[in-house]
Design a protein around this ligand. Structure first.
Ligand SMILES: Nc1ncnc2c1ncn2[C@@H]1O[C@H](COP(=O)(O)OP(=O)(O)O)[C@@H](O)[C@H]1O
Ligand SMILES: [Mg+2]
Length: 236
């Protein structure tokens, strides 16, 4: 499965979600590749820390610029069960290609007055990608929440998402938690971090399960079809 994590804002937890989703899949024995398209290279650095500290399973990662990514993605994917793509916040060629090739996109957003306007911009990118990748399933997750959610803000998001086809709001939120930050800084996933934070683990697990809500009726392109679309310049 190819999963892209994207948003149009920095610091919302894209890399945190990408590395934890990658680790969860690797921990159950799947071969996972992490691709970092962001300029901060946070998930690439996480993988480097992990591999230097010899934390098992090792999770290979590469950091790429958009153009290289478009050219190399087809070859990179082979040999892996899952590819997690962490984009930067900008709408770069690489981020667009990452949507065109993905089975699923996870969109973390922070809750606030302008959440719907921000989400609209990302949904526009997703709709553009669906012209060549109609099977792209989207899960929006509210991330970095502190305390209780403001119901009115949540309602606005829920109503907006209900109108977008093939898009769901995850049933969980990812709360702001020191454990997630500490794990991220040391090359660990929340599933490995000690002392265990069962609430943080449960939220990440729930997000993983939300990814399985993908409706069977969505048409899906094969990996080969997708990489040929990218390489033939359909992503331009
Ligand atoms: N749910 C969270 N709880 C605590 N810290 C978080 C959480 N999500 C992200 N962070 C921290 O915030 C910073 C930015 O997160 P990151 O995942 O790199 O965001 P993005 O990739 O969207 O820019 C990192 O230091 C990360 O550890
Ligand atoms: Mg990032």
């Amino acid at each position: 499965m190819i999963i892209t994590v994207t948003s149009n804002k920095e610091g919302v937890g894209k890399s945190t979600i990408a590395v934890n989703m990658a680790a969860l899949r690797a921990l159950v024995g799947r071969k996972v590749l992490l691709i970092d398209l962001g300029s901060k290279k946070s998930s690439f650095e996480w993988s480097k820390k992990r591999n230097c500290a010899n934390i098992q399973p090792q999770i290979p990662a590469c950091s790429m610029k958009g153009r290289c990514f478009e050219m190399e993605i087809g070859g990179l994917m082979s040999g892996y069960n899952d590819v997690l793509i962490d984009t930067g916040w900008r709408n770069t060629k690489g981020a667009q290609a990452a949507l065109k090739i993905a089975d699923m996109v996870v969109v973390p957003i922070e809750i606030g007055d302008d959440s719907v306007d921000e989400l609209k911009q990302v949904i526009r990118r997703i709709k553009a990608a669906r012209r060549t990748n109609p099977g792209l399933w989207a899960v929006v997750v509210i991330a970095r929440t502190e305390g209780t959610l403001v119901i009115s803000a949540l309602d606005k998001i829920r109503k907006y998402i209900a109108k977008i086809p093939s898009t769901a709001l995850a049933g969980t939120v990812i709360h702001e938690r020191m454990s997630l930050q500490h794990a991220f800084n040391t090359g660990l996933s929340i599933f490995e971090y000690q002392p265990g934070d069962s609430l943080a683990v449960a939220e990440m697990h729930d997000l993983y399960r939300a990814q399985k809500m993908r409706r069977a009726r969505l048409p899906s392109l094969s990996r080969m079809q997708k990489s040929s679309l990218i390489n033939s310049g359909a992503s331009k």
